[in-house]
Ligand binder design. Structure first.
Ligand SMILES: Cc1ncc(COP(=O)(O)O)c(C=O)c1O
Length: 474
């Protein structure tokens, strides 16, 4: 059997795909947030051998519609407000299809000339949003965690002169990285993967608004220097994963300058709120970073995956990742970039295309408005929580994460009830030792009516026995 679709099969695949996209869009508001899992069917799926003779286009689409879709989580539902997970923007499926069709290998420009320019233009636009100079460069990654790993690797190459030759085996005092108690675990993960060891990650205490304490950072750096260790990097967070707090970026940047430390900002969740006028001052210090993590699959609503690392001085990124090899004969071209020299991967997909397509199709204003809408909704939710007896905010609402607790209930049971009845998918919160509920409005489909519906239901649940009576999923 040929691996190419014939005319009739292409027609069928196109028609089935269009129908699927249309049904998905129309069905979203009433779809189950969490699927009513059909375990026998999933077990059958697991155990069904791959067929020697294929099931064809219609057979495949039947399986997708009957098995895959009903057992998938509706992350684009307007009341999917758990974690930091934006629903894809509307052009994403089409852009993904085009990217798969031309299947550019975004490693060196001969294999992907237009793609190379598009990635460069997306990175330049993101650099402008952050306020980076024209010397900046970067790379799109599989997400924020990989961006931070790539950023820390760049910092190591820059601050540990023999790192390329000897890694961390060359002797010398251990290198130390500083982040806050509220930082995302991807910082720890990167430190472990790079061989720094978790013992050399300092989790600096935070203030009463969950921001890194600069006095404590300065003390930790000084103590490590006295102990003969080598502080080399601070990872500040512009939008912590639990409460959305923003570390005091300017003060941290001042300290990094004074102490000659690399400043990486983890802006995976929060930095792209720079698109919203009202957050420019709060997040302005991002511009002073040596490197920054962004996550277009969050606030630019790109379909998964699309993370981004930007480095103030692109030459430093290349110094960390460029290796010449005899089997790749690449001639330099001033218009284009060889992204294999900017990160870990050689073969790379065309992530920039979906980001670029959305910016072109909808325009930047649409993204400014979407981020502003998310901020407005989070503020509204915070106000409603404060005004509702029995609900207490656990942290100030700085960006779009709203953490609160309900008095007299089991939060896990409330979350399960809301999910099971289709009201909303919210997340758990643990703030300063208090457990509670976390709502994160990174959803461009959410409306004020959705937020009100959730608060009204929480209010009812707080008063009634529904939760205890077991309208629950476990
Ligand atoms: C502050 C922060 N950093 C890093 C990450 C990890 O990003 P990713 O899931 O894209 O790897 C997240 C994810 O929510 C985050 O909120």
């Amino acid at each position: 059997m040929s691996l190419v679709l014939n005319d009739g099969e292409r027609d069928r695949a196109g028609a089935r795909l269009l129908a699927l996209l249309d049904d998905h869009e129309r069905g979203l508001p009433t779809s189950h947030l969490l699927p009513d899992l059909d375990r026998p069917r999933l077990t059958e799926l697991l155990n069904t051998p791959m067929p020697d003779k294929g099931i064809g286009v219609d057979g495949l689409f039947d399986e997708i519609v009957d098995t895959v879709l009903p057992n998938s989580t509706a992350v684009a539902h307007p009341r999917f407000l758990a974690y930091v997970l934006g629903p894809p923007n509307g052009i994403a499926p089409y852009a993904e299809a085009v990217a798969a069709t031309i299947n550019q290998n975004c490693n060196f420009w001969q294999l992907s000339p237009a793609a190379s320019v598009i990635e460069r233009s997306v990175l330049a636009w993101l650099g402008d949003v952050v306020g980076f100079p024209s010397t900046a460069g970067g790379i799109l990654t599989g997400g924020g965690s990989l961006a931070t790993l790539t950023g820390l690797a760049t910092a190591l190459h820059d601050r540990a002169p023999d790192f390329r030759a000897t890694g961390l085996q060359g002797g010398g005092a251990p290198l130390v990285v500083y982040t806050s108690e509220e930082a995302h675990r991807s910082v720890d993960k990167a430190a472990v993967v790079l061989g720094l060891g978790i013992d050399h990650v300092r989790h600096v205490p935070t203030d009463d608004r969950y921001r890194m304490r600069v006095d404590a950072l300065a003390e930790a750096v000084a103590a490590d220097r006295r102990a003969g260790l080598r502080p080399f990097c601070v990872v500040a967070t512009s939008g912590t994963v639990t409460t959305g707090s923003v570390d005091p970026l300017d003060a941290i940047a001042d300290l990094c300058e004074a102490e000659d430390l690399w400043l990486h900002v983890d802006g995976a969740y929060g930095a792209l709120f720079l698109l919203a006028e009202e957050k420019r001052e709060l997040l302005g210090g991002c511009a002073r970073a040596d490197s920054i993590t962004l996550d277009p699959h969050k606030l630019l609503f790109a379909s998964l995956e699309a993370g981004c690392l930007l480095v103030r001085d692109a030459a430093k990124l290349r110094a960390a990742f460029a290796f010449s090899s005899s089997y790749l004969t690449v001639a330099d071209d001033p218009l284009m970039t060889d992204y294999m020299d900017h990160g870990l991967q050689l073969s790379r997909d065309f992530k920039a295309f979906k980001v670029w397509s959305a910016l072109r199709a909808f325009g930047v204003d649409a993204f400014r408005e979407a981020t502003e809408r998310c901020l407005d909704l989070a503020r509204h939710l915070g106000e409603r929580v404060e005004a509702t007896p029995g609900l207490d905010l656990l942290a100030p609402v700085v960006l779009t994460a709203v953490c609160f607790r309900m008095r007299g209930v089991d939060h896990t049971e409330v979350l399960a009830t809301l999910a099971a009845e289709g009201t909303a998918l919210l997340g758990p919160a643990l703030v300063d030792g208090h457990d509670g509920i976390r709502v994160c409005v990174t959803n461009h489909r959410t409306t004020k009516a959705d937020v009100d519906l959730i608060v009204d239901r929480l209010r009812e649940l707080g008063k009634s026995d529904d939760v205890a009576e077991g309208v629950l999923v476990s």
